[in-house]
Structure formats: C-alpha cells, structure tokens
Design a protein around this ligand. Structure first.
Ligand SMILES: [Zn+2]
Length: 59
C-alpha cells in the first residue's frame, strides 16, 4: 500500500503521525501562542523539518 504525506502529498516511506501546531509569534501587543490541532496527519521527513508539529503518541 502506497502511503503519502498528508501535508505535501508526496509518496514516502518515512511517514510519522503528527499533530500540526499553529505557532503565533510574539508581537509588541500580543504574547506568542501555540495551538495544537487535534486531528492527526501523516507527515514526511521534509514536512516535519519545515513545519511546527508534535509527534502523536502511538495509538
Ligand atoms: Zn510532506
């Protein structure tokens, strides 16, 4: 079964289940924050190196 990254849709054997994180950088009037998305996605290595995320616990 071919598996593809759910973020960039590239076929990859090295896929990991992650929760995406939305990071809001700190600004002069607002503190920074990080929001964790509850839905898990399969991400390839390059997406994991480029975008903030949290590796989901093994189901
Ligand atoms: Zn990817």
């Amino acid at each position: 079964m071919e598996r593809v990254c759910e973020n960039c849709a590239r076929e990859d054997d090295d896929l990991v289940v992650v929760n995406r994180l939305y990071v809001v950088p700190e600004a002069w009037d607002t503190p920074g924050s990080t929001t964790r998305v509850d839905t898990t996605e399969l991400w390839c290595f390059s997406c994991r190196s480029m975008y903030p995320h949290e590796v989901a616990p093994e189901a």
